[in-house]
Design a protein around this ligand. Sequence first.
Ligand code: ATP
Length: 236
Amino acid sequence: MAEPLLVVEGLTGGWGEGVVLEDLSLSLREGEAMALLGRNGAGKTTLICALMGVARRRAGAIRLGGTPLERLPVEKRAALGLGWVPQERNVFRSLTVEENLTAVARPGRWDLRAVYGLMPRLEERRANLGSELSGGEQQMLALGRALMLNPRLLLLDEPLEGLAPVIVQSLLAAIRRLVRDEGMTAIIVEQHAHQILPIADRAVILDRGRVAAEGTAHEMLAAPEILDRHLGLNAH
Ligand SMILES: Nc1ncnc2c1ncn2[C@@H]1O[C@H](COP(=O)(O)OP(=O)(O)OP(=O)(O)O)[C@@H](O)[C@H]1O
């Protein structure tokens, strides 16, 4: 069988002199959606940042489609197909929704029409400035921008965090369509397992920078004791 789309082997790294991730290995096949779970400070964001080349790597390999990424700067990793939606969302506040989307576009399946089809709210707000959007709309825009790059692998860092329940439902529906119907390969960081496991294929639970448990989403849902042990209150 061909190598999985993403392969991480023995990744150790963190920020400055601090080590957060210790000898971490995982892989993800094309078309799979992985829920990346773990308590506050477990290292989920650090892992995403290490994949992007923003956090510091001390050892280990990262390959995307067989290409070693670990020595490449962030923009090269993006060009090779990593679509990153950081926790901070980073939309351009002085550009309209549509300008935000077209500013970064690369040809492929995901164009304005497809993004508006997935998230109609963005089309309704197409002429509004980034600064005029609600938190949920900004999150949708950040996702739309990443899609416009037509990535091979989408990295979503806590996309639901801090959003009103009604927006959480509509964003979850979009993410579900993306990974279930469109077959987008994705890693989705989430603190609340129950939100994301129903739409994921697999799950990895981080604890103190290591993989504490992994399995299919189905297995995780059927093993509340594992979720309780590693996630505590956030398991539910
Ligand atoms: N940009 C950063 N610069 C410096 N240190 C960071 C940065 N991001 C995270 N850290 C540190 O890395 C450690 C792991 O945090 P990380 O954010 O990766 O965990 P997490 O699992 O994503 O938790 P959370 O759900 O709170 O975001 C923490 O000690 C945190 O302070």
